[in-house]
Design a protein. Structure first.
Lengths: 165, 288
C-alpha cells in the first residue's frame, strides 16, 4: 500500500513541479517587469524526460489556468503549452541523451516558435499587431533561465527515479 | 559540456493507444483554437470562467505570494544597504520639506472647512474603500492586470477605481466572490479621462502594455511640460475626480501621444484600495 502511494507521489512530481513554477511566475514579485515563462521550460523538460507523466489534458488544464489568472485571451496559453508538449515529444531524440547544449538549443527553437504562436494569437485576439519588444524579452529570459530550471528539475527527476526504484 | 542523462524507458504504446493519444491532442488543440476565436466575440462565459478560476486559486496564490515577496525583499534590501546613508540624509531633507507642507495643508484644510460651512457646501457622495492584497500579476506581454484577494463578498464590483498610496492603479474589470481583477492604467484596454497640466486640459490616458501610458485627444493648443501633474477628471463616472495619476514624462511628444510617468511604483505595489462610491451596480440592476 505504502509502496503504491510512494510510486504515485513520484509519478506526480512532473505535474506538481509544473504547477509550482506556474504559480511562482504569476506571483506579483517584480511588478510590471517581464518574468520568464518557467512553466513552459518545465513542460518542455518533462515532455522530453517523462512524456508518459505529462498527459495533454493536464497541460491543457494548466494552460487554461494560466489564461485565467494572467488574464490572457482564453485558450492562448493552453495552445502554447500544447505546442511545447507536442514539439518536445516529437523532438525528444534531439535533446534527451545528447549534450546539454543540444537540448538547450532545441528548447530555444521551441520557445521561439511558442512565443511566435502566442504573439500571433494575441494579435489576432486584440485585432492589432502587438509590439514584439515585450514578448522578445520574455523569450530571452526564458531561454536564459532554462539551464537553472532544467538543473533543478533534474535533481527532482533523479530523486523520483531513485524512490520509484 | 555535460551530457543529459538518457531518459527512463517509456512504455511502448500500442497502435490504439498512440492513435487515441493523438486524437486527444488534436481535439485539445482544436478546443484551444476555438476558445480563442469565440473569445474574441467577448463571450461572457469565459469572463465567468476566469473569475471562477481566480476564486479557486486565490488562497493558493495568496500562500505563494508571501515567500515570493520575502525572497524579493531580501534581494532588493541587500542591494540597498550600500545606499542607506545617502538615502537617510535625503529622507531627512524630504521630511523637513514635508513638515512645512503639512503645516500649510492643515492651515488650508481649516480654512477650507470654514469656507464650506459658510457656503453650505454639499460634500457630495460618501466614499468607502476596500483594502486588498495583490496576489497575482500579469507581468506578461499581452495584458497588464492584477488579481486581488477581495471580491463581491467584500463589496468589490466592476468599474470601481483602485488606488495605492501613490496614485491611481486602475479599475476593477471583473469581480468573483473572493477575488477581483484590476485592469492597470498601463494595459492597452485602459482608457482614463484625465486633466493634465496647470491649465487642466482634458485628455484620455491610454495604456499600451508598456510602462508608460500616453495622453490622447489633447486639444491642439495644449501646452504641457515635463513634470506637469495628471489627475483624473471624473468624467464617465468610473474614476472619482482629482486622483493623482502621474507626471508628464521627459519625452513630451512621442509618436503615440504625450508620455506619462505613473506615480505608482509597480515594483512595490503590494496593497490597493478599491474605491466604492456607492454607485448602483448597473449589471445587477439590468438583471433585476
Amino acid at each position: 500500500m505504502l509502496a503504491h502511494l510512494d510510486r504515485a507521489a513520484c509519478a506526480a512530481v512532473p505535474a506538481a513541479s509544473i504547477v509550482v513554477l506556474l504559480l511562482i511566475s504569476l506571483a506579483p514579485w517584480i511588478g510590471d517587469r517581464a518574468t520568464p515563462a518557467l512553466a513552459v521550460a518545465a513542460v518542455h523538460y518533462w515532455a522530453g524526460r517523462r512524456p508518459d507523466l505529462v498527459p495533454a489534458p493536464f497541460v491543457f488544464a494548466v494552460g487554461l489556468a494560466h489564461d485565467s489568472v494572467a488574464d490572457a485571451p482564453f485558450g492562448l496559453m493552453a495552445l502554447v503549452y500544447l505546442f511545447v508538449l507536442g514539439a518536445a515529444r516529437s523532438q525528444r531524440f534531439l535533446s534527451v541523451g545528447q549534450p546539454f547544449a543540444a537540448g538547450w538549443a532545441v528548447f530555444a527553437v521551441v520557445a521561439f516558435a511558442a512565443s511566435a504562436i502566442a504573439w500571433a494569437g494575441a494579435s489576432f485576439y486584440y485585432g492589432a499587431a502587438l509590439p514584439v519588444g515585450a514578448p522578445a524579452v520574455v523569450l530571452l529570459l526564458t531561454v536564459l533561465v532554462y539551464p537553472a530550471v532544467a538543473g533543478a528539475l533534474a535533481v527532482l527527476d533523479t530523486a523520483a527515479l531513485k524512490r520509484s526504484g | 559540456m555535460q551530457e543529459q542523462r538518457a531518459g527512463p524507458e517509456v512504455k511502448a504504446e500500442t497502435p490504439v493507444q498512440a492513435t487515441l493519444r493523438r486524437a486527444v491532442f488534436a481535439l485539445l488543440v482544436t478546443v484551444s483554437l476555438g476558445a480563442l476565436v469565440i473569445g474574441k466575440a467577448e463571450v461572457y462565459v469565459f469572463d465567468w470562467a476566469k473569475s471562477a478560476v481566480g476564486d479557486l486559486l486565490a488562497p493558493v496564490l495568496h500562500a505563494v505570494t508571501v515567500p515570493v515577496r520575502a525572497a524579493r525583499d531580501i534581494g532588493s534590501n541587500i542591494g540597498r544597504v550600500a545606499a542607506l546613508t545617502e538615502e537617510n540624509s535625503g529622507l531627512r531633507a524630504e521630511n523637513a520639506r514635508l513638515r512645512q507642507w503639512q503645516a500649510l495643508a492643515r492651515r488650508l484644510d481649516g480654512q477650507n472647512r470654514e469656507l464650506r460651512r459658510l457656503l453650505r457646501f454639499d460634500p457630495g457622495e460618501e466614499v468607502r474603500t476596500v483594502a486588498a492584497r495583490a496576489i497575482a500579476d500579469t507581468g506578461g506581454p499581452y495584458a497588464r492586470s492584477l488579481l486581488i484577494d477581495a471580491g463581491s463578498r467584500q463589496g468589490v464590483r466592476p468599474d470601481q477605481a483602485a488606488v495605492s498610496g501613490d496614485g491611481l492603479v486602475g479599475r476593477v474589470m471583473s469581480a468573483g466572490v473572493r477575488s477581483a481583477r484590476v485592469l492597470l492604467i498601463t494595459d492597452r484596454r485602459s482608457h482614463v479621462p484625465v486633466l493634465a497640466g496647470p491649465d487642466r486640459v482634458h485628455a484620455i490616458l491610454v495604456g499600451d502594455n508598456g510602462a508608460r501610458p500616453h495622453l490622447r485627444f489633447l486639444p491642439r493648443n495644449a501646452a504641457l511640460a515635463p513634470g506637469d501633474i495628471v489627475v483624473t477628471s471624473g468624467r464617465g463616472g468610473v474614476f472619482p475626480p482629482g486622483l493623482p495619476v502621474g507626471d508628464v514624462g521627459a519625452a513630451v511628444k512621442s509618436a503615440g501621444g504625450v508620455e506619462i510617468v505613473p506615480h505608482v511604483d509597480w515594483t512595490r505595489l503590494e496593497f490597493v484600495r478599491v474605491i466604492d462610491r456607492g454607485a448602483p451596480d448597473v449589471v445587477a440592476l439590468a438583471e433585476e
